[in-house]
Design a protein around this ligand. Sequence first.
Ligand code: NDP
Length: 362
Amino acid sequence: MRGPIGADPASIDKGLRARAGYTSGHRSGPDAGLQQENRMLYRRLGSTGLKLSALSFGAWVTFGDQIARDEARNLIAAAWDNGINFFDNAEGYARGRAEQVMGDVIADLRLPRDGFCVSSKVFFGAVDDPRPTQHGLSRKHVTDACHAALKRLRVDYLDLYYCHRPDPDTPIAETVQAMDTLIRQGKVLYWGTSEWSAAQIQEAVDIARAGHLHAPSMEQPQYNLLHRDRVEREYAPLYADAGLGTTIWSPLASGLLTGKYNAGVDAQSRLGQAQTAWLKDLVLGDPAEQRLEKVRRFTALAAQLGQSPAQLAIAWCLRNPNVSSVILGASRVGQLQENLGALRLFDTMDESVWQQVDAAFD
Ligand code: NDP
């Protein structure tokens, strides 16, 4: 099993922040000690040599939509200050606006290109009502979407480029070849998939191996206390056999695992927003699934342990050694700071605590 690789966050960026002339309030405020306490860990992305921060940061729903550009800037600055080196994005997030905001903020903060990784994902398209060539995984759209993401993110290459979903209308071989070409052109460093079945990933790996092409290096699946089967069982053979890494999404099930929806949905939170109304039923689930009941049991346990449910839920994800990076989402800096506290918990809590956590979701 691969273990986390420790690195010193202090070595990351000191003079740079001063040159860029930005401040992130939390460093001199009451949380000034936070960076010391929550020392970032870095993990290899599967069998590649790329070391991603074990906690990373994504833009879905928030950038270009729910939050203003200033808050996005504060979030990226706080993430960077705390050793996060991977920023996740996609062509489909706010129809490309999330990538524009992220590119603008990263340029503004003058983060050194060799110090951070940025991703995009292709499949859904970046326009309303896309034409046939403006979505999917054809060689044409994979290529056009890469070029568009490079412009929006203001970079010369994407560190990670994902197929955001499988495309039943494109042969997997065509997508593998398109990704391989982008890698050989220096526009992409590592390519991967998101929410592909293990069989589809294996097919892509086999095609790549047979043709001496670059194989997928990572998958981006949902993984949290309420949704664990695919990562733990379905993909299990791929970690050793294909060297697959995972960058997992929705570690808090869109915030549900913080307990913020235990007593109802407030309008300020993700599930209360008009533009994400479609998410509400998905996240809260069918009453028969008893998702809320499980979450209430979990948050009661966290209270009993004197721990933040958000930290406990994220720490639980970090305990899985096949998770290369846990992608955090946050609509404000305070949430991100709280969530970074998971780094303190994941390898210090007693094993019996994790058994109790698992039992809350039985
Ligand atoms: P989470 O499950 O962690 O949800 C994040 C949201 O929960 C925040 O935006 C915030 O919403 C709320 N929240 C976070 N921390 C706290 C806290 N401490 N207290 C209270 N509320 C909190 O992650 P996401 O669903 O955002 O997923 C993370 C990233 O994964 C995305 O940004 C994206 O990059 C990626 N992703 C990829 C997908 C894919 O298909 N490949 C799909 C989805 C996400 P609010 O304040 O509005 O309530």
